[in-house]
Design a protein around this ligand. Structure first.
Ligand SMILES: [Zn+2]
Ligand SMILES: [Zn+2]
Length: 274
């Protein structure tokens, strides 16, 4: 019996079981896409009906997309697709919790931001382009409540001590495709070269100042210092891939996630992130 699915308020179809499965594997139809066929009383999200509607299919527990059961492999009891398999094996090697162990739909899109439940894995797709991920980068993010920064008015020491107490931490494995892993490595290389060149500039400036070239030396030391700071900021941003907007008790909110990745996530149900 043919299916219909909703896209941007339009009803599209009819499509066959096979076509719908293929659309889902291509991320055109996502687990949150509403689908309907004769016999259903109402439109329902694809992710909730797929397994009962297509008995020979099952969801990959890594990326949450439907596959024929025969195309899934079991790694430590978790069924994953071919694209998720290398990521799952890498996680097992590193002692990370396996994909799928935290349940599904633990990540949400909210405007330009991504909200994730703490301690849940991201779907194994590249956060920069939404292609199947080939590996993950583990990063730790810190967040401080905004009022902490006002403590600088009292003293820098109090600021540092209080911020260590009240800061919140989230550690996540960020999935990346081959291309974006390579891009990140290249940019980190450039950042290191830039930083080292700036440090050399500072050394040269000190030599000049010791040789009565104070004017030139002073200018060089200032520009080198600004350059070092620039290299540190750019290097930190490149290494982190994402930036944290807020860490709550149960969720973390991130910026700098690609629009394609966010569009593939179910929308945040609304209300403030906990
Ligand atoms: Zn998968
Ligand atoms: Zn990518």
């Amino acid at each position: 019996m043919p299916w219909y699915y909703a896209q941007e308020g339009q009803r599209i179809g009819p499509v066959s079981d096979e076509e719908l499965t293929r659309l889902a594997q291509d991320n055109v139809v996502t687990p949150s896409t509403l689908v309907w066929r004769h016999g259903m009383t109402e439109w329902q999200p694809w992710g909730t009906v797929v397994v009962s509607a297509l008995p020979e299919s099952a969801l990959c527990q890594g990326c949450n997309r439907p596959f024929l059961k025969d195309d899934l492999v079991s790694i430590q009891g978790v069924m994953v697709c071919g694209a998720c398999k290398p990521v799952q094996l890498q996680r097992v090697r590193e002692g990370a919790f396996p994909l799928g162990s935290g349940g599904v739909s633990a990540s949400f899109g909210s405007g330009k931001r991504m909200i994730i439940a703490l301690n849940n894995p991201l779907p194994s797709r590249c956060v920069c382009c939404n292609a199947p991920a080939s590996g993950v980068k583990r990063r730790t993010f810190y967040w401080y409540p905004p009022w902490v920064y006002a403590l600088i008015l009292l003293s820098p020491l109090i600021l540092i001590l209080v911020s260590l107490v009240v800061r919140r931490t989230v550690r996540i494995d960020i999935p990346l495709c081959d291309e974006h892993q390579a891009k990140r490595r290249k940019r980190l290389g450039i950042g290191w070269a830039w930083g080292l060149a700036s440090l050399l500039g500072m050394v040269l400036a000190v030599v000049l100042m010791n040789n009565n070239q104070g004017g030139v030396g002073g200018f060089l030391i200032l520009t080198s210092f600004i350059s070092v700071v620039g290299a540190l900021i750019v290097g930190q941003r490149t290494a982190s891939i994402l930036s944290v907007h807020r860490i709550g008790k149960e969720t973390a909110t991130f910026n700098r996630v690609s629009p394609e990745f966010i569009a593939s996530l179910p929308p945040w149900p609304g209300g403030p992130a906990l």
